[in-house]
Write a protein that binds this ligand. Structure first.
Ligand SMILES: Cc1ncc(COP(=O)(O)O)c(C=O)c1O
Length: 452
């Protein structure tokens, strides 16, 4: 047995030191902790990620909490949080070589960035950046809950929604409790489920590109979590409120519905926060990365019944980036912002859609800030050809190998996209691989959707 020197060095510890066998280097999950005070330190290590030692106010390390934390601790070390940035970066192995004048419509970012009010709030905050300023996060949550008619204890702020998304998967799935999701859909939950060792059920979208809720609720009687992204990433298509209510009413007993509303504000999809307020078994995710243009600032919410939020708690906690917090609060208080940005995005998207339709290209009618277009050849090949023209588009989903995801950028960016897209489409697909047929023949034969 030896004192944990590493911890001592990293933290200003208040309690007797963590002790673990053989004096091995400190790391949650690397040894069996034997010290009775371990929970406090596990909290420090697990939740604060080497940043601070103080458990959140009111957090009591009971025996039950300790067991929860301890079991989450090993997961915390093992879990890699998959984010849109991560996936976009992985796609660009040479990200640092992207030319400065490249068009970046690959990661569903908002080219408008944070609104002016958010920027000045951040500038004003400046001198306070040396402190954690927990009170600012409380103010943000209060602002949000007042707007949405929720009680503050139903909302937990995180640095983006990727973390609570992963924690929800870890909390509600296991080798016995599967994850059910759409296909194609955002990959992060699937990756998180690989850490909880949950079985995965990928249910194809309906022919209207909505989540097939009937198939989802019937996919596995032992489902732990049903994930619905509304609007969906990558298709930008929506699932109706009625279908979400159906999923809630008919999901397997004991399972939880995870509704990811990252792109909600771009669309006419109906929000479902009232179902949270009604204490249903539902967790809703919101992020400031999309319509609010704050992907690089990092702010998001998990919204759910307090007992459900408590299940996410052991997997991680950190103080919020204060710049993001004040920017988010100013954005929420800017009453016209969402509608203004929704209109900008819709106008540009519809312009691209009419251009695609006029040129007889096949695409999925998105309501969001991204869409799928069928390039009638292996998507990866097409992406590389676009990159050669300095237009960086999104990735390919295995279920639809000839489709690529494109983010809606600014009007000039989309003009550059159109030009490059046509040039590449006019170039025959590489002979080595040959053009591929879409795996969904019914999709390409359908008439083009109305753009209204
Ligand atoms: C569907 C969906 N959910 C969640 C996220 C997480 O976003 P963030 O962690 O930036 O809030 C993303 C990011 O693109 C997303 O596409």
């Amino acid at each position: 047995m030896a004192d944990c020197g590493d911890l001592k060095r990293q933290f200003e510890c208040r309690k007797p030191r963590l002790v673990h066998p053989a004096g091995a280097g400190c790391g949650v999950g690397t040894g069996s902790y034997v010290c009775a005070d371990a929970a406090t330190y596990l909290w420090g290590e697990l939740a604060m990620k080497h940043e601070t030692l103080v458990p959140p106010k009111g957090y009591r390390v009971s025996r039950r909490n300790f067991v929860r934390i301890a079991s989450a601790a090993s997961a915390a070390v093992l879990v890699r949080i998959t984010t849109e940035a991560d996936l976009a970066y992985a796609q660009r192995r040479i990200a640092r070589d992207i030319p400065a004048d490249a068009i970046l419509i690959n990661a569903n970012e908002n080219p408008l960035g944070p609104c002016a009010q958010a920027c000045s709030a951040m500038a004003d905050l400046g001198a306070k950046g040396g402190r954690y300023e927990f009170g600012l996060t409380q103010e943000l949550v209060k602002t949000f809950t007042e707007i949405e008619g929720l009680k503050p204890e139903y909302v937990r702020a995180y640095a983006g929604s990727s973390e609570p998304l992963h924690y929800a998967v870890l909390a509600f799935t296991s080798p016995e409790k599967s994850l059910v999701m759409g296909d194609p859909a955002y990959e992060a939950p699937m990756r998180a489920a690989s850490y909880s060792k949950a079985k995965l059920f990928k249910v194809p979208l309906t022919k209207n590109y909505a989540h097939d809720v009937k198939a989802m609720v019937g996919a596995d009687p032992n489902a732990g979590l049903l994930y619905i992204c509304n609007p969906n990433n990558p298709t930008g298509t929506t699932t109706t409120r009625e279908d979400i209510e159906f999923a809630l009413a008919n999901k397997p007993k004991g399972s939880v519905l995870l509704i990811d509303e990252a792109y909600l504000h771009f669309s006419d999809a109906k929000p479902v926060l009232d179902l949270v307020a009604a204490d249903k078994e539902i967790v809703v995710l919101r992020t400031f990365s999309k319509i609010y243009g704050m992907a690089g600032l990092r702010c998001g919410f998990a919204i759910a019944r307090p007992d459900l939020l408590a299940k996410l708690e052991p997997y991680g906690w950190n103080s919020m980036p204060v710049t993001a917090v004040v920017a988010a609060k100013s954005s929420l208080k800017h009453k016209g912002l969402v509608l203004e940005r929704k209109k900008i995005n819709t106008d540009i998207r519809n312009d691209v859609f009419s251009w695609l339709a006029t040129n007889r290209y096949s695409f999925v009618p998105s309501e969001s800030n991204c869409f799928m277009v069928d390039v009638k050849r292996p998507g990866k090949q097409f992406i590389e050809a676009m990159e050669a023209k300095k237009v960086y588009i999104g990735r390919v989903w295995p279920a639809w190998p000839t489709h690529v995801r494109v983010t809606v950028g600014t009007a000039p960016e989309m003009e550059a996209f159109k030009k490059a897209f046509k040039e590449v489409m006019d170039t025959p697909a590489q002979a080595a691989q040959g053009p591929q047929k879409s795996t969904e023949p019914w999709r390409t034969d359908r008439p083009y959707p109305s753009l209204s």
